[in-house]
Write a new protein. Sequence first.
Lengths: 664, 354
Amino acid sequence: MRSKLLFAFSLLIVASMVLSACAPASTPVADDAEAPAAEETVAEEAPAAEEPAEEASAPALDMKNPDTYVFVTFGEPQTLDPAWTYETTGAAQQNNIYEGMVWFNREDTGSFVPVLSTGWEINETGDIWTFDIREGVTFHEGGTLEPHDVAYSVQRALLQDRLDGPHWMTLEAFFGLYSVEDLAIGDSEKEFSDLSDAELVAACEKVKSAVVADDEAGTVTYNLATATPWFLAMLTNNFLAATYDMEWMVEQGAWDGSCDNWVQWHDPEQENTVLFNVANGTGPYILDHWTPGEEIALVANENYWRAEGDPIWEGGPSGIASIKNVVWKIVDEWGTRQAMFEAGDADFIAVPSQYRPQLEPDYGVICDEAGNCEDASDGYIQAWTDLPSLAMTPAQFNQSINVEGGNPFAGSGELDGNGIPAEFFRDVHIRRAFSYCFDYEAMISDALNGEGIQSQGPIIAGMLGYREGEDPIYSYDPAKCEEEFKLADSDVWETGFYLQIAYNTGNDTRRLSSEILKAGLEAVNPNFSVQVVGMPFAVLLNARRAGKLPIYVGGWLEDFHDPHNWAHPFLHSQGAYGRVVNMEEGLAAEFDALVEEGAALTDTEERRAVYEEIQLKAQEDAPMIWLYQPVGRRHFQHWIKDYYYNPAYPNAAYSYIYALSKGE
Amino acid sequence: MLTYIIRRLFILPLILIGVTMLVFAMLSMLTPYERASLYVSDIPKRQGAIEDIVKKYGLDDPIHIQYWRWMVGQKDEVTGEIDGGILRGDMGFSTVGHMPVAEVIKHRLPATAELALLSAIPLIGLSVWMGIKSAVHHNKLPDQILRVLAIIGWSVPTFVLGLLLLMFFYAKLDWFPPERLSLWASQIVQSGEFTRYTQMNTIDSLLNLRFDIFLDALRHLVLPVITLSIISWAFLLRVTRSSMLDTLRQDYMTTARAKGLNERRVIKGHAVPNALIPVITVGGMTLIGLFNGVVITETIFNYPGLGKFMAASAAMLDVVSVLGMTLFSSFVLVFGNLIVDVLYGIVDPRIRLD
């Protein structure tokens, strides 16, 4: 009997431990299990403000590590080579180590201040930009900045180019082409590997003539293919802007500037460039070490060229960086990050959207995008909320689905109630009907916890071309949805259809978007059947590449802050998404013409008119369901000072630590 | 015995090759385009990028050609040098680890080994001792208490226990932090003034006479060691108890008592050595498992060991890392098994390995 009692007692203990572990936190974590994850690429970007913490009431924690900024997040760079980098984690490191001609004027995404330049001139046609190079700048390893270093850095980046790298847009600006291999091939019908030495040298010479240094005059001239209004915005990106010491680079084994052998350094593996895990910039921080899987550490550059009293922008930082050490800690597990934050060992943590409610009771001060802060409680957290990110997610219709050999995503491949035909989405009424059947409010309130803005086209809120004061054309309206279906050329309303919407497993936001669309469509007509299918990213990518997905929910994180970087990817027939949605020829031509017109203009008001027209047309013709622009938050310890929100930074809480300080 | 060891050592490479062929064959079930997804973070922005990646890495080559390339390496068209090749000691570059796979293992093994060794002391010592006590006091109070504890230890999921410990002893009390070292200690260890002899912080700190760092390293090990030990401890306790009970019921135990030996000598001299034979097998394999890294514990405590690396490699479909770690794990398993078998023969002379 006693053993049975003990056994029962032990079971009770185990059950109570498990139950208590599974119980909700003591904080109000409403609907935590249902809360969606934000798009990973935009999950953690930061905002802006002025001396917020000073207004906070007595916080719970004492400051640890007063000279060190401990940034705890997931993910790490693919490489530290700026020219290779095309992701935000590496770019964020490089923003502290390297500098270019210009940088953002604090939080203003459309205004720029000179950094390694002292000024610039643009010719009348807007395609030649000449920068005066600053004197007295030294690299971390001791070299002195000269104009040829700037030209070398750009030439190396363009020639290095790589598969799936960022230089499709830089090469477009310089040559109107998307890869240096295409530049070398030119009109030839050869493969790149079959080109002669002379042809390769000629390509290199073209690159060298595109960026020309004059050491005596102290200038560097960029010769672009055409007027490029967004060139300064592009110059804030380190894949184009980061400046290296040419002599030091050659010593390390990098390209030596000769056109005879550049192919040796072209399209390298990430680990095969000399800057893979070392750095030598001119910036306010020096790379101390990168221990993969653990941390990246920076130390303040005690020989930084910027003099005390010579701030980068009015009222901005000057002299040696205030924070002496920076540690980017890689902690994949949320619970561990949270514990580090609570213990005061982390100054900032990355918080996926579904975990935000867990931190809310500890918000001591809450700041908005403009830096207006209010006391919230005696909690220890400085929270920045309602921060619009430079990302947007649509549901993209494939107007010519590949149904050859069978396609489970399209069912039977016919409009027979069990599938959809290849060109199902060529009918504008069907596209509009889908747009009316999506419950945008439910998406934002339930899936995004209220932290999102319904999109009104490809151009995001606050950007040139966004139709300020205008509501999006579409809202959830089953009656209009039905009406549009009945206007369709086919008898889809009577016959019904079946299709699958796929998302990559783990991306809850994409899953929820798909399920909301499914619910809207199935509610309007019982003959409509949509299946939402989760699959590994690799499988999804394969299906997408094969053109088999009827609808793909996928977002865009901007490369440079200009409407061209939004209109072109989604709507131009050569855009990253535009080329795979197989738009009907006439419609594609109309969008191409508008996008190219907007890119060719330099006058801001003329551009605004064109982009507003694009924005409106993108809704009327509905090549995609324009879903949402996420809104984010950032969480700091109360002792982090001088923060501001610039959404265009690769990582808005890490990209320019020079401007931050710590203090109680 | 020696012949047996040599024979097993000769078989080792064959087993490893067999394992690699098996894993490679399984990978061939993924299409080239699925494997190319490793090289892109999202839908590529440049047209034809996926096709170019497949072409560049030869992912659409026949599987036997890819396997051969992985085994012997391939000639770089530009430099003319041979790159890679397992047989040349190059397991390839780990995209997840950001260094060659061999370097990743070299870099992370000491952390895992330190954790495994420190876990093994309480794990094996306590569980064997408690298992014996439990069996000797069969169905009495100590046995009941230990059985309850074993059930609890065996039942609580590692991630629950780890997170509970972390939240209470770190977030609330700030006693036992995660990771391997505190920021201040890490800065000293990374600096030139601290010599890394073994990459194990506890040992290196003692060799550097930095007792403050030694204590800090121990603080960071407390929670992962407890989390890691507790399930294996419960399991080993139950195995030891069960084995001991079986042994105590053997006829030769009755004979020993009949010969007039006192109970203490019966237990120590006759029961324990025989009861430990299955415990050596189970304990040895458990320890080998620890050396291969423990995914959940290392992830929760952000402990940069092999387990965390293996999990990340699998999740990211980092084929090179998965293959390299499979090779490494196979080696540890086969070699560890050999040691266990040899120990088996030593402990129990009735077992003749030859």
